[in-house]
Design a binder for this molecule. Structure first.
Ligand code: 0RA
Length: 652
């Protein structure tokens, strides 16, 4: 290349490069705007963005395998067997299309006008965002008989796209290392990616997704690998979610269709529980706030079932009025639709706003359910009987609810007698500790900061709401105390499950139980209650778990609290040189063994304590786990506990 050519080339390249850099710099300046946050969520979001591109390629019919690898250094590799991102010169940008996709915001997918691009991450930001937020990224493309490569640092290409050899395959492989100057969490969690890839496999039947964790070497020297594949899609998703529940009807009702140009897939069944479990997705994104597709589903379901029940004359002798809720008790359903230009609304941008979608989903569910009821009269009768039972129980539940409401602080009934309330009235500053047992409750009342910490002792094991009828839940004194202490009101005429969080009196609700098996069980029972009856409170980030220490280690005047065996060993190593004598380690079996000063110092004082925030990473997976942990079936529970025992090991 002559000197002159270099200059010309450099100048034109420079102009567009500056634009690119400005774009990527914006992403690095305000990462949360693009990927939600810079914690665990955002970190995992990077993987979802890259996987989404491969899912698009699969949905266009060109790819059936996506392999995700967590590498030893917490970089992630996503490889697919699609056509490979085009590498030819991009006319407008004057560089390889591959480079444009990797470096220009929102450039991904725009080349292929034929493909029906409906995927794209929650924020739809594309792979260039991931590139901008990675200290290093590498893309390898097998295409047209060649293997191409380009690498980047913080989104900046390190060299032009080049061919480094031949290949008889096609596909794309992206490897990226999240930038640790941006992310506050940099360690990938296997179970978070597992849950997402499993979900994607169910949502996209026929694609094989795998997760290999190179940080986890098995005894035979290979890496831990999981394969996710679903032949029948949502039907199998519903079966998976309801694995630990008792079926009410044998079949899963399944429809995969297109209405008014919108691809709609629905699977649903009924179980004997009292929960409503509807999981909805738009373009593979879990719409946790619902929206028009969910509204359409509910409308279609209610109308179709109501009409069938009326026509079959089963409602004639029923005294109570049937509400929309009653049709959904014991219902597990997954709705997945694809929308070309989704309008996402709501606080977390997970509520679908597109009005035209409502009718499409309504039509789809009416058609599938209508046919099913006609063809399966026995099952239809069982469903209608369940609806009638739900309506009858709801009348009883309303009475119980009115009792709670009457006793709520706002209607003058006063707070629970056992509650030691705090002085401050600003919910944002106030904390409520739910404490296992009256004895520990007493210690906590003495140790707390009265200004902003309230204590509600709970007597032993609260009701397992997973198994209880709705009105039983409200008849439980402990649960009524939680409701009244929190100040939330429940239930309107339209929706008996609606929760009014605006009255919530504390923005931190902290579960504090013993660090033993019973304590974990009680914490799980309380979490189950919140998950089923106050999910919004978890979604708002208000629920926490306290972590009391396991040991107090002493040598002479030196005292240290230890939260795990490793810390205890470290204390012994540090102070036990010479002989192991003179060291005293005390195992705390329960909160009650600490005095009020110790409890304050280790577990309640915001300066020292560790609170674990309860979050819902993946609603469908949480649903599955809660029903299994709290249900009747022992075998799956035992298997889950065995598989997850390493996370829960407390006793040395
Ligand atoms: C646009 C056009 C073509 C492929 C892709 C995008 C593509 C993108 C990604 C992202 C990850 N994996 C991918 N695989 C393919 C190809 C158009 C053609 O070959 O005609």
């Amino acid at each position: 290349m002559s000197e002159e050519e270099k200059v010309t080339n450099g100048a034109s390249y420079g102009a567009s490069s500056i634009q690119v850099l400005e774009g990527l710099e914006a992403v690095r300046k305000r990462p949360a705007m693009y990927i939600g946050d810079i914690g665990l969520k955002g970190l995992h979001h990077l993987v979802y963005e890259v996987v989404d591109n491969s899912i698009d390629e699969a949905m266009a019919g060109h790819c059936d395998r996506i392999d995700v690898t967590i590498n030893e250094n917490n970089s992630v590799t996503v490889e697919d067997n699609g056509r490979g991102i085009p590498v030819d010169m991009h006319e407008k940008e004057g560089k390889s299309a591959l480079e444009v996709v990797m470096t220009v915001l929102h450039a991904g997918g725009k080349f292929d006008k034929d493909s029906y691009k409906v995927s794209g991450g929650l924020h739809g930001v594309g792979v260039s965002c991931v590139n901008a937020l990675s200290s290093h990224m590498k893309v390898e493309v097998a295409r047209d008989g060649h293997l191409y490569i380009q690498e980047y640092e913080q989104g900046t290409p390190q060299y032009d796209v080049k061919s480094i050899g031949n290949s008889d395959k096609t596909g794309t492989r992206v490897t990226f290392l999240p930038d640790n100057t941006i992310f506050i969490e940099t360690i990938y969690r296997n179970e978070i990616l597992t849950n997402r890839l499993r979900e994607l496999a169910y949502l996209n039947a026929g694609i094989t997704l795998t997760l290999t964790d190179k940080r986890h070497v098995l005894e035979d020297g290979t890496y831990k690998t999981e394969v996710f594949f679903s032949q029948e899609g949502l039907k199998e998703f519903v079966e998976y979610i309801d694995e630990a529940r008792e079926k009410l009807i044998e079949n899963v009702i399944h429809i995969s269709t297109e209405k008014n140009g919108t691809p709609v897939e629905i699977a649903m069944t009924y179980n004997t529980s009292y929960n409503e479990n509807i999981h909805s997705y738009v373009n593979n994104i879990n719409t946790i706030e619902g929206g028009t597709h969910l509204a359409g589903f509910r409308r279609g379901l209610t109308r179709t079932l109501k009409k069938y029940a009326e026509d079959s004359k089963m409602l004639e002798k029923i005294k109570v009025e049937i509400s929309g809720d009653d049709f959904r008790e014991g219902l597990t359903a997954v709705i997945s639709i694809k929308v070309a230009e989704p309008q996402f609304e709501g606080q977390t941008k997970t509520k679908l706003g597109n009005n035209e979608v409502m009718g499409s989903v309504d039509m789809a569910v009416s058609e599938a359910l209508g046919n099913y009821l006609e063809e399966n009269p026995k099952a239809a009768k069982i469903i209608v009987e369940k609806v009638i039972l739900a309506a009858t129980a709801r009348a009883a539940a309303r009475k119980a609810r009115e009792m709670v409401q009457r006793k709520s602080p706002l209607s003058g009934g006063g707070l629970p007698g056992k509650l030691a309330d705090c002085a401050d009235k600003d919910p944002a500053k106030c904390e409520l500790f739910l404490v296992e047992g009256d004895s520990a409750g007493g210690t906590a009342k003495q140790g707390r900061s009265r200004q902003y910490q309230a204590i509600l002792p709970l007597r032993g094991k609260i009701l397992n709401v997973e198994k209880a009828m709705p009105h039983k839940v409200l008849e439980s004194e402990e649960i009524r105390n939680i409701y009244t202490a929190l100040g939330v009101t429940i239930g309107t005429e339209d929706d008996s499950k609606a929760l009014n969080l605006t009255k919530l009196r504390y923005h931190k609700v902290i579960i504090m139980t013993d660090a033993d098996v019973d304590g974990s069980h009680i914490a799980t029972l309380i979490m189950t209650f919140f998950f089923r009856h106050m999910k919004e409170l978890i979604e708002q980030g208000y629920l926490y778990i306290a972590t009391p220490p396991l040991y107090l280690c002493k040598k002479g005047k030196i005292e240290e609290y230890c939260w795990n065996e490793a810390q205890r060993q470290a204390f012994i190593d540090k102070y036990g040189s010479g002989s192991e004598s003179g060291i005293h380690t005390q195992r705390y079996k329960g909160l009650g063994e600490m005095n009020e000063v110790q409890l304050w110092e280790t577990t309640m004082n915001p300066e020292n304590r560790t609170l674990r925030q309860v979050t819902i990473e993946n609603a469908a997976s949480a649903d599955h786990v809660f029903s299994m942990l709290m249900g009747d079936d022992v075998a799956p529970r035992r298997q889950f506990i065995e598989e997850n025992a390493t996370y829960a090991k407390i006793d040395a």
